[in-house]
Design a protein around this ligand. Structure first.
Ligand SMILES: [Fe+2]
Ligand SMILES: [Fe+2]
Length: 297
């Protein structure tokens, strides 16, 4: 029995072209394999179930964690994003999609796949934010992220306790998962980013941001990207490999001993950009006990 694991995130199937492409996805190679879906498929629960159910017919195992888009409550009758989150977890259970750790394969081909629930820390919410101030004396920009970012309008957190941060609600759900023992290599995954360096391209771009053309200067993604507390959980798990999504910038990096991979399907217009890396297919990341080898990008 082989143990192959594929991943893809940010499928955004509200774009009909994305949905059609993914519902037509099939390959005999998937039949004994696993697919990790790292969030942001759609806020439409019916479509999400249809998509994940399709993957269940072509893959042996499917794993999922919600992204920010799943937790929008602009439609579908949910009062609050927390109740929608639990409804999604329940739906996954019902159709056999994994949202909890599971061991796949046997012997030296085995791996544990460990889902981590997460959110992001805004710069004003704490030091664990991945925020990077892109404004400088030579290139001043007015940060209007708060007014632009859709989660601020489409998510509702009325069920959280006073002063409870959204990010802590999700990371607290992972505590038991991070404390237990695993008897095979751990492949963890989340929707959000665990590290600031993953936001930026390889090299020292962080220090030279002003020389690159910024298509949307008033928006700063780093403030809604993730949290370093998620990386602490990844390291507590002893993950060999961590998969994430959310930024729509594909990566394959090794940082302080852990390999990080992001493989987003993304929006149709993104896939025509010069920076885009991806072939519209789930990416093979684990092949019978080994991480798929690739040079860093
Ligand atoms: Fe996304
Ligand atoms: Fe996202």
């Amino acid at each position: 029995m082989t143990n192959k694991i594929y991943t893809m995130s940010d499928m955004h199937v509200d774009y009909k072209g994305n949905f059609d492409h993914l519902l037509n996805l099939n390959d005999p190679a998937y039949a004994e394999a696993t697919l990790i879906v790292a969030g942001d498929a759609t806020d439409d629960l019916g479509k999400l179930e249809q998509l994940l159910s399709h993957f269940k017919t072509i893959y042996a195992e499917v794993f999922f964690v919600p992204g920010n888009h799943e937790l929008w409550v602009r439609r579908g009758g949910f009062e609050d994003s927390v109740s929608k989150f639990w409804a999604i977890v329940k739906m996954c259970e019902r159709i056999g999609v994994q949202t909890q750790p599971k061991k796949l394969g046997v012997g030296d081909k085995a791996a544990w796949v460990v889902p981590l629930f997460s959110w992001y820390t805004k710069p004003e919410e704490g030091e664990d934010s991945l925020y990077y101030d892109k404004s400088s004396a030579t290139n001043p920009v007015k940060d209007e992220t708060e007014a632009i970012w859709s989660d601020n309008f489409f998510c509702r957190w009325t069920q959280l306790k006073t002063n409870q941060r959204v990010v802590d609600f999700f990371l607290d759900l992972n505590v038991a998962t991070c404390q237990r023992d695993y008897d095979a290599p751990v492949i963890s995954f989340s929707h959000f980013l665990p590290r600031q360096d993953l936001i930026f391209p390889l090299g020292n771009w962080r220090q030279n941001l002003s020389q690159f053309k910024d298509p949307l200067p008033q928006f700063n993604f780093t403030g809604v990207a993730g949290t370093v507390d998620l990386d602490s959980q990844v390291r507590q798990l002893g993950s060999l490999l961590h998969i994430y999504g959310h930024q729509h910038r594909n990566r394959h990096r090794k940082e302080e001993g852990i390999t990080y991979i992001s493989h987003c399907f993304g929006y149709p217009k993104e896939r025509s950009q010069a920076y885009w890396r991806g072939d519209n297919l789930p990416k093979l990341i684990w092949d019978d006990g080994e991480i798929e080898v690739e040079s860093e990008f």
